[in-house]
Design a protein around this ligand. Structure first.
Ligand SMILES: Nc1ncnc2c1ncn2[C@@H]1O[C@H](COP(=O)(O)OP(=O)(O)O)[C@@H](O)[C@H]1O
Ligand SMILES: [Mg+2]
Length: 263
């Protein structure tokens, strides 16, 4: 049984059909790369999975639990949505770090908020020990992404590549089931993309389940278990990297892949 099952997912913005019925599955520990031209619906798909957008139709199942079912008449409360969102971590193209907080605080913030929420529910004070543990955990994750020396720096003191690694650390801190990336290196100078891709490769070696929307065709080819090519709000083709890049079946895929090769 796949870890993630997406079926018949649709999303409209007004009269515009952005996702026209998306079906795919992802196994635990696998890396899925999503490629496709600008405007094909890749970001919208990630935003639907992360509950930043509400799909109009379809179903999302994770670990045998239904996360979203458009036929369910009951609307999820904001608390429920917050809980569901925790299954997914999202790393954006534009880092989106909090400029007023240090690197360490950027990573601990969401964990600390969770402890404060728990404390409120249990009518107690936030535990000093839990907050302390969060700092310890954050330092370890920063070490994993090669940034232990920068814990007390502020985002503006870091390069883009370092900022993006903080954003990855921040997403990892909440231990999501699936880590999603939306073009994580598109805003970076070429010499800085390598350090981010290296961290993502290391995550793969540690069996982190990932969905990566990317223009980095080398990454998609070499690091993913599965590649989806999206065109016009649909999955035009999916398969292993070899199938999609070396022996594409669809003409659209062929054209896209050849264009990417010539860049
Ligand atoms: N919030 C929005 N409101 C209206 N249209 C949107 C919105 N977000 C995206 N779109 C449209 O949906 C289509 C797919 O966008 P997007 O998911 O960002 O594609 P991609 O990430 O593949 O470039 C585009 O035509 C875009 O203009
Ligand atoms: Mg996009």
């Amino acid at each position: 049984m796949a870890m993630l099952q997406v079926s018949g997912l649709t999303k409209k913005y007004g009269a515009l059909d952005v996702l026209k019925g998306i079906d795919f599955t992802l196994d635990k520990g696998q890396v899925l790369s999503i490629i496709g031209s600008s405007g094909s619906g890749k970001t919208t798909l990630l935003r639907c999975l992360n509950f930043l957008e509400k799909p109009n139709g379809g179903k999302i199942t994770l670990n045998d639990g239904i996360l979203f079912d458009a036929t369910d008449a009951k609307t999820a409360t904001s608390d429920e949505i917050r809980q569901k969102r925790l299954h997914f971590g999202l790393v954006f193209q534009s880092f989106n770090l909090f400029p007023q907080y240090t690197v360490l605080e950027n990573v601990t913030l969401a964990m600390d908020l969770q402890e404060k929420d728990r404390a409120k529910q249990q009518k107690r004070k936030p535990s000093k020990e839990a907050i302390q543990n969060n700092r310890k955990k954050a330092r370890q994750i920063l070490k994993d992404v090669g940034l232990e020396q920068k814990a007390d720096s502020y985002p503006f003191q870091l390069s883009g590549g370092q900022q993006q690694r903080v954003a990855i650390a921040r997403a990892l801190a909440l231990e999501p089931d699936i880590l999603c990336f939306d073009e994580p290196t598109s805003a970076l100078d070429p010499e800085l993309t390598g350090e981010v891709l290296r961290v993502m490769k290391e995550l793969r070696e540690r069996h982190t389940t990932m969905i990566v929307v990317t223009h980095e065709m080398d990454f998609a080819y070499n690091v993913s278990d599965k590649v989806i090519f999206m065109a016009n709000g649909k999955i035009e083709e999916e398969g292993t990297p070899q199938q999609v890049f070396d022996t594409p079946k669809s003409e659209l895929t062929k054209a896209f892949v050849n264009k990417s090769k010539n860049l």
